[in-house]
Ligand binder design. Structure first.
Ligand code: AMP
Length: 547
């Protein structure tokens, strides 16, 4: 017997329709490339998304055709999120920090038809447009009078001229909720980049889950600043969850330095922010010497790479801001786990609570996870044994766009396919996940594993350390031994021996790095993550002391 409830596809267009009907005056504030603050609201976003849809119809774009963006977080990008996907096309958010060759490669691989870009990326588009074989229309996200006369890009039009005069309502089509809605290429440190192709269903379900109280906990009372870029896994799904809850959105545009972010947090009374640790490092670095305080910020989600304990402590103890440590990946839309305490943790003392908060958190409903040993057998959730982390769920990839890289899933004894995350983790009896490493970064010393994240976290707790990266170096006796590459905080000093002494009592003796190498910078990838492959190349010729 089937249930007798109404059925309708879960479509992204329903999110913007809901936001405009129930939260029409919910604010959307954007710092623009021009530097000024632009103010919009959900009703206006809905109207202009409709104009985007008409403009795409005007280009005779078919269902599922790809529309690419090279853009910062801002209201025009938000309009494209809803206008492109809502009308049945696929939004391809390109990471502008990628190498131009890679950008051209993925635009061709995705077979993008249109490219909409912020004016700050004009030189980049000028450099790559001739190599983008399928793009027929280039749209600059600016007013008509800001369009350069001689850009060299054929047929370049301004976004505002493109939308002008189009109807502000659109009969959003209904179609299979499993249709593709947006795509994002993974950073791809090896081989070609691979694209996760999200669907309307996966996006809407993820938006629901992300908004839950123990996840992002967004509400119509929040003013939300996603520093995490809309070109990286849809800003962790915040634009969609924001439409679903009707919260105010505050977009930082290109200004991600500590001063600019702080000013925006204060002027727009932001209650909730989200970003990677490097951004928060810049913010705290700006605030501390000036003695600045937050007047409204209550919570911040930190993820994308491990959040150093010192950062969680600074937000929590010095500023009274709750840190929600989150873990996920492009292939997971991206949310997998988020760290919020349970009722039974209420009576724990501060130190015990902090120990839990350092973990990446509990699985969100919709994400199944398990850790397995080398033999593929599931390992117990005892918080000690670590293994390869596998996941499955309705917003986890089944395969990559165009089958790139082959079938990624690992099928278990029950015939169920799991996505191997490439992360190594422990899970404790309460279900809290702790990432110890990327599997390729794990250090094996004398048959025992050392977590590079743990070694980095200890170094980063030292006041003179701005950034630390731990890698394994070949060792004749132990196979590998850890060393830590360190960037010193400007104006501070610390010696190799002082830093090594700092490890005493904080980790097992045999896990203490053999050496400290001071460097000017740690190489970072396009999404702000440490590029350990590059660091290892830089350290070529380095010899461990005594080896
Ligand atoms: P990406 O797909 O570029 O977002 O990268 C996903 C990868 O980032 C994950 O597989 C993890 O290795 C890493 N990552 C994301 N969040 C965290 C976190 N909170 N702690 C440690 N690693 C993380």
């Amino acid at each position: 017997m089937l249930g007798l409830m109404q059925q309708g596809p879960l479509l992204i267009s329903s999110l913007i329709e809901f936001a405009s009907r129930h939260h029409p005056d919910g604010e959307i504030v954007s710092r623009r490339v021009e530097g000024d603050l632009h103010r919009s609201d959900w009703a206006t976003v809905a109207k202009r998304s409709a104009q985007v849809a008409h403009a795409l119809d005007g280009l005779k774009l078919s269902f599922s055709d790809r529309v690419a963006t090279l853009a910062w977080n801002g209201y025009r990008h938000l309009e494209l999120y809803f206008g492109v996907s809502g009308s049945g096309r696929v939004l391809h958010t390109i990471n502008p920090r990628l190498h131009p060759d890679q950008i051209a490669w993925i635009a061709n691989h995705a077979e993008d038809q249109v490219l909409c870009f912020d004016m700050s990326f004009l030189p980049l588009v000028q450099a790559v447009h001739a190599r983008c074989e399928t793009i027929k229309t280039f749209v600059a996200l600016c007013d008509a009078d800001k369009l350069p006369a001689d850009s060299g890009i054929p047929g370049l039009i301004s976004y505002e001229a493109w939308l002008a005069g189009k109807s502000q309502s659109y009969d959003w089509p209904s179609f299979d909720e499993n249709s593709a809605s947006s795509m994002c290429y993974t950073s791809g440190t090896t081989g070609n980049p691979k694209a996760a192709l999200y669907s309307h269903r996966s996006t809407v379900l993820h938006a629901y889950a992300a908004a839950l109280p123990d996840v992002m906990g967004l509400s119509a009372r929040d003013s939300v600043l996603p520093v995490v870029p809309m070109f990286h896994v849809n800003a962790w799904g915040i634009p969609y969850s924001a439409a679903l809850t009707g919260c105010k959105l505050v977009f930082p545009g290109p200004a991600l330095d500590g001063k600019s972010v702080y000013e925006l947090l204060e002027s727009e009374k932001v209650t909730y922010a989200a970003g990677v640790p490097t951004v928060w490092q810049m913010l705290l670095g700006h605030m501390k010497p000036l003695g600045l305080r937050f007047s409204t910020l209550k919570r911040t989600v930190i993820g994308g790479s491990a959040c150093p304990p010192a950062m969680i402590a600074a937000f929590n103890d010095d500023y009274g801001v709750d840190v929600l440590h989150a873990w996920g990946m492009t292939e997971m839309s991206p949310l997998g786990t988020l760290c919020t305490l349970k009722n039974k943790h209420g009576s724990l003392d501060h130190a015990a609570k902090m120990k839990i908060r350092l973990k990446q958190g509990r699985a969100i409903y919709g994400v199944d996870m398990k850790i397995v040993g080398d033999d593929g057998q599931e390992l117990p959730w005892d918080g000690k044994q670590f293994g390869d982390l596998l996941v499955k769920g309705p917003w986890v990839v089944r395969e990559y766009f165009k089958g790139e890289g082959g079938d990624p899933l690992k099928v278990d004894a029950n015939g169920v396919g799991w996505f191997p995350t490439g992360d190594v983790a422990t899970i404790d009896p309460d279900g809290f996940l702790q990432i110890t490493d990327r599997s390729k970064d794990v250090i094996k010393s004398g048959g025992e594993w050392i977590s590079s994240i743990e070694i980095e976290n200890i170094a980063m707790a030292h006041p003179a350390v701005q950034m630390a990266a731990c890698v394994g170096m070949p060792h004749p006796k132990w196979d590998e031994r850890p060393i830590v590459a360190v960037v010193k905080r400007p104006g501070t000093e610390v010696s190799r021996d002082e830093l090594l002494a700092f490890y005493a009592g904080k980790t097992a003796k045999w896990q203490i790095p053999d050496d400290v190498v001071f460097v000017d910078a740690i190489p970072l990838g396009a999404t702000g993550k440490m590029l350990k492959t590059k660091l290892r190349e830089q350290l070529k010729g380095y010899q461990l002391p005594g080896s």
